[in-house]
Design a protein around this ligand. Structure first.
Ligand code: TYM
Length: 331
């Protein structure tokens, strides 16, 4: 039985990218593994965020987990800030990562550049170390994430190895990232050279499908997705990024490779193809949204799930933290 862990940070309205790259992939693990899925609320503080928005988005995320099919009796569902052990481990692990390493992280570079390299919180810089601690604290083997988070998991892996070799033992499990075969990087519909991102505040929002958009809006966004001046539905991410992104979304929905999906649309025009993509997305998102709304309406129940999850998560975290504290000599 492997330990599987992942999280999503409550920093914006969740997108179809989050759904395909993460939410929908979690339930498949829960029958034959020990699964830990959490709301990365501390991570949300690494960029300025409105407190009311943050508070509400925490409940959105746990509702999305439940709507995707995570069962709190099988999966340990929790909120990061309910686990004080993670802050202690972070205080320790900050000393084993190098400034040069975190400075090299693509997300740090992109996000700090957006701030014009001014007033960058230290937390944004050390973010991947806290993320490594989330992973280490539960002896995680496998971390299911989209493409954009792989670099952070690789840094966690490097950190674990460094720590283990310094203290000569297997104190920290060396984690591995896994991404979905189709859809590890969903692109914006209006700007298919850029990732579909929940923290995107540009005009590009019309290219982002939000999981809480209504059906009409979702269909409209897909129908107006940027394609190209050709007329053939063909998978070629370099020369046809818009069409290829739509084929990827279609493939993800129908559990097939985009190259295989392409064959279904030979000789069809872009309008017909886009309609098929919209139908495929709504077929899955419609029921998902209905379940989300039902879970989201009962915050007391969600708090109860968090409190049970926190208790179980802390039981796993405590001995791991103790082991690491002993290794370095403070216990
Ligand atoms: P976050 O909240 O940015 O993203 C959540 C998940 O969604 C995936 N994702 C995508 N997948 C495909 N296409 C896209 N356009 C797309 N956009 C986002 C992300 O890869 C991710 O899997 N640092 C993490 C949260 C975190 C975490 C952890 C994850 C904190 N600690 C420990 C795993 C393990 C984050 O900000 O993800």
């Amino acid at each position: 039985m492997a330990r599987v862990l992942s999280g999503v940070k409550p920093t914006g309205k969740m997108t179809l990218g989050n759904y395909i790259g993460s939410f929908r992939n979690f339930p498949e693990f829960q029958d034959s593994n020990e699964v830990y899925i959490f709301v990365a609320d501390l991570h949300a503080l690494t960029l300025p965020i409105d407190p009311n928005f943050l508070h509400s988005t925490i409940y959105d995320i746990v509702s999305f987990y439940l709507a995707a099919g995570l069962d709190p009796n099988k999966t340990i569902l929790f909120r990061q800030s309910d686990i004080p052990e993670v802050a202690m481990l972070n205080a320790i692990m900050l000393n084993y990562a190098y400034m040069g390493e975190t400075a090299e992280m693509i997300q740090f570079k992109e996000k700090s550049a957006k701030l014009n390299n001014k007033a960058i919180g230290v937390g944004l810089f050390t973010y991947p170390i806290l993320m490594a601690c989330d992973i280490f604290l539960y002896d995680t083997d496998i971390v299911p994430v989209g493409e954009d988070q792989r670099q952070h998991v690789e840094l966690a892996h490097t950190l674990a190895r460094r720590f283990n070799s310094r203290y000569k033992g297997e104190f920290i499990k060396e984690p591995r990232a896994v991404s979905p075969k189709v859809g590890k990087r969903i692109m914006s519909l209006s700007d298919p050279l850029h990732k579909m991102s929940k923290s995107d505040d540009r005009e590009a929002q019309k290219g982002i499908i939000y999981l809480q958009d209504d059906e009409k809006t979702i269909r409209k966004k897909i129908m107006s997705a940027v394609t190209d001046s050709e007329t053939n539905v063909h998978f070629d991410p370099i020369n046809k990024p818009g069409v290829s992104n739509l084929l990827t979304i279609y493939g993800a929905m129908k559990h097939m490779e985009p190259e295989e999906a392409e064959k279904l649309f030979v000789g069809q025009n872009y309008g017909t193809f886009k309609k098929a993509v919209a139908d495929a997305v709504m077929e899955e998102l419609g029921p998902f949204q209905a379940k989300f709304n039902a879970f989201r309406s009962d915050e007391a129940k969600l708090e109860e799930i968090f409190s049970i999850g926190a208790k179980k998560a802390r039981e796993s975290a405590a001995p791991v933290l103790e082991r690491i504290m002993k290794a370095v000599g403070i216990r």
